[in-house]
Design a protein around this ligand. Structure first.
Ligand code: PMP
Length: 358
């Protein structure tokens, strides 16, 4: 590990160069079962604090390489938030405009962050679910020739970037250790497909565990999603119910995920109740100072279930996709009050000055 004070040894030319190379941190025995090791790969160390920064760089650079993007063109995507924030960052840096469609059910701070980065956010009715915002994005691009859909759910550039970056980063950082398990959830499936492919090829004995939300375990259901010619879904998935793990499992199996399934990457699927994801995200904050959203909580919860059944000495790597700060207006912060509670009031009153009348 580089010592504090040493510096990075380089200066980035622009913010997108700083995407990736995220650190891993050991989860303590307050959460990890004894005799096992869990390392969390903290994707919130990316410049805009989520795993989606990788996808945004990958997709924009892919469109540029194909010669599809002209200066001043508009990047469009349907997204629950992190992708929009990441695309807005890359668009701002490269001089593109950015339009994001987003169902109204997702947290409002995400809309504000995107607007701060200069993007336009088109909010779609929550009754139409994920497909509603996807259809809106497609329609907007059909109407405007210089508007380009990023296709996060269909683009091969998504999983290929994880094969080139996330996978090697994990395997390289685990050199010299017996890397027994890798645990991940799926949103687009980019992380699972790309990093999973690299891990299976370069560390073949590592078991891969997919975590799916309770009530929306689409891969576990064995029912596939029918697709249109361009890879977008043509039907809602019958096994899908609303769940609180934002960023995971839209109401269809994305093409990026579907294309990874024939590789037989995962050895097991663990199903996580949304409430456990929330509780674990809170436990990680309070016990470890690891500040992650519900999907990070759910992945760590899945990793703890795996650790309990795994042989002593197992080394489990778990993905932490983003930061808890994206969830201030969601159930993750529901029991966290802005006002002082009784204990805080008692501390305030224990000395004479500056007592707030609350
Ligand atoms: N968690 C969160 C919070 C996310 O935003 C995403 C990306 N949608 C994921 C997990 C899953 O990542 P991927 O798209 O690579 O499957």
């Amino acid at each position: 590990m580089k010592k504090r004070g040493e510096g990075f040894g380089y200066i980035a030319n622009n913010i997108t160069e700083l995407v990736g190379n995220t650190p891993m941190v050991k989860i303590s025995d307050k959460i990890c079962p004894p005799g096992r090791t869990i390392y969390a790969k903290c994707e919130y160390f990316n410049p805009l604090s989520s795993v989606k920064d990788r996808l945004a760089v990958a997709i924009v650079e892919d469109l540029e390489k194909q010669g599809k993007l002209k200066p001043g063109d508009t990047l469009v995507e349907a997204t629950s938030g992190n992708t929009g924030i990441a695309i807005a960052m890359v668009a701002a840096q490269r001089g593109y405009k950015c339009v994001i469609t987003m169902a109204e059910s997702f947290s409002i701070e995400r809309r504000k962050v995107m607007r701060m980065l200069g993007a336009k956010v088109i909010v779609t009715p929550k009754g139409l679910m994920a497909k509603g915002m996807v259809d809106k994005a497609i329609e907007l691009c059909e109407k405007n020739p210089s508007w380009h859909l990023c296709h996060q759910f269909e683009s091969e550039a998504n999983w290929k970037f994880h094969e080139l970056t996330t996978g090697p980063e994990i395997v390289n950082d685990l050199k010299g250790q017996d890397f027994t398990h890798w645990v991940t959830g799926t949103g687009t499936g980019g992380t699972y497909h790309g990093a999973g492919k690299y891990i299976k090829e370069h560390s073949p004995h590592t078991k891969i565990i997919m975590v799916e939300p309770e009530g929306a375990a689409l891969v576990a259901s064995g029912i596939s999603t029918p697709y249109n010619e361009d890879g977008t879904p043509s039907e809602d998935h019958p096994a899908w119910n609303p769940h609180p793990i934002q960023g995971w499992t839209p109401n269809f199996i994305p093409k990026v995920l579907e294309d990874g399934l024939p590789l037989d990457l995962h050895d097991e699927i663990v199903i996580c109740p949304g409430s456990e994801g929330i509780k674990m995200a809170q436990a990680l904050a309070r016990n470890e100072g690891i500040f992650t959203g519900v999907s990070g909580g759910a992945t760590v919860w899945g990793s703890v279930q795996v650790a309990k059944d795994a042989p002593e000495g197992s080394v489990i790597v778990t993905m932490i996709p983003d930061t808890a700060e994206r969830y201030l207006s969601t159930p993750l912060f529901e029991n966290i009050s802005a006002d002082m509670d009784e204990e805080e009031m008692a501390i305030a009153k224990s000395t004479p000055s500056a007592i707030l009348d609350q």
